[in-house]
Design a binder for this molecule. Structure first.
Ligand code: SAM
Length: 369
């Protein structure tokens, strides 16, 4: 990899050419999932540089200077870095200016221990993380700093959150030649590799045939929901995070969509509601039995699906499973493949130069003998 920190930095640890990395990932997934699938594995490539729209760095202080740090390959150690080739171009451009402007500012520099960048179409949000109480003059100083760099800045300390300006994070995704506008949260999940995310959503749209309604669990801010909604009559989409659901509802309006119902519920709460084990105020005016789901879409966290979710989704014809952890995907497929077969399998290379593998699997119910 063309990075001066490669070999030392604990973030990118997979060397070799991109073609070699691709072959390695395909070989691993083919071998690990051979009992479920022996068809063609689709591979969606990433750019090797400037692909990450989110990035986090530590801040190291000596007597006068500050510097960015990353965790080192050697456990428990840190390395100093000046640049990171995988961050999106607007972040790469800002990194030296942010450091320079912080270095000369005692109020903003003191007890700063980390920074997070998020780059989207509407601009860059920089979050500054502190081990100190932020006093009443802090916001003015933050505003001057943010204006100078033409960004929005957010300072966080225990129990405190100060913004330089009103926060509006809007990203635009182009999927199958259509632009979608998505409002994002600063503190909730967003897909880190925008170009691969667009390919992943397009792949999921390509999995839809003979559709009626969609049930989506773990929907976040509607990243899949909004672009997939036109493939279905109605969509029920649920998610545990309050801020993600607030944005999902905003995104519904931003994109003039009128067939999606977003609900803030954990996956297991929704399973209890379907089984009528519990009543929920949020469902008072909703009859879950009115939906006719032809497809289920799940994009769970690394832990994968709970037994109650598996038991429920097994009753439906088509399951689109997006997974960020091949180990839990495999565990869940052991169960799901008792009733379903894998008809499509894709690898989305969200993180070049790392061992991380994101998969997409389309499962269809097995024909009855
Ligand atoms: C891998 S992210 C996917 C989000 C979204 N599909 C996207 O593409 O941006 C997983 C999501 O599951 C949510 N989540 C975590 N545990 C959950 C649970 N028990 N029930 C429902 N949602 C959960 C997280 O808040 C997060 O938004």
């Amino acid at each position: 990899m063309n990075c001066i920190h490669f070999g030392e930095c604990g973030s990118c640890v997979l060397g070799g050419s991109y073609e070699e990395q691709k072959a390695l990932k395909i070989a691993k997934i083919s071998a690990d999932f051979s009992e479920f699938y022996d068809g063609e594995l689709e591979f969606f490539t990433s750019s090797e540089k400037n692909y990450r729209i989110r990035a986090e760095f530590g801040i190291w202080h000596d007597k006068y200077d500050i510097c960015y740090t990353m965790h080192a390959r050697q456990k428990g150690r840190k390395i100093f870095i000046n640049e990171c080739p995988k961050v999106a171009k607007p972040i790469a451009k800002l990194m030296p200016d942010v450091l320079k402007n912080l270095q000369s500012n005692e109020m903003l520099k003191t007890r700063l221990f980390g920074v997070e960048f998020l780059a989207c179409t509407s601009g860059v949000l920089l979050t500054l993380l502190y081990h100190k109480k932020l006093d009443e003059n802090f916001q003015n100083e933050l505003k001057v700093f943010a204006n100078k760099l033409n960004i929005t800045a957010l300072a966080r300390s225990r129990g405190q959150k100060i913004l330089s300006d009103e926060l509006s994070l809007i990203d635009e995704l182009e999927i199958d030649k259509k632009i979608y506008k998505l409002s994002l949260s600063e503190n909730a999940f967003t897909q880190p590799n925008k170009a691969v995310n667009e390919k992943m959503i397009s792949w999921a749209r390509g999995c839809v045939q003979n559709s009626s309604d969609l049930l989506e669990l773990y929907c976040g801010h509607g990243n899949f929901t909004i672009p997939l909604s036109s493939c279905f009559t109605r969509v029920l989409a649920t998610e545990i995070s309050k801020s993600s659901i607030l944005n999902a509802t905003k995104n519904y309006e931003l994109n003039n969509i009128n067939n999606v119902l977003f609900l803030r519920m954990s996956a297991d709460e929704l399973m209890s509601a379907f089984k009528k084990e519990r009543e929920f105020n949020r469902l008072r005016e909703i009859d879950l039995d009115e939906f006719n789901f032809s497809h289920i879409l799940v994009d769970p966290p690394r832990a994968g699906l709970s037994q109650s979710v598996i038991n429920f989704i097994k009753n439906y014809q088509n399951i689109i499973y997006i997974s960020c952890n091949p180990d839990t995907l495999k565990e869940n497929l052991l169960e799901l493949c008792k009733t379903h077969q894998v008809v499509k399998f894709a690898i989305f290379d969200q993180f070049a130069n790392t061992h991380h593998i994101e998969c997409g699997v389309l499962l269809r119910v097995k024909p009855r003998n």
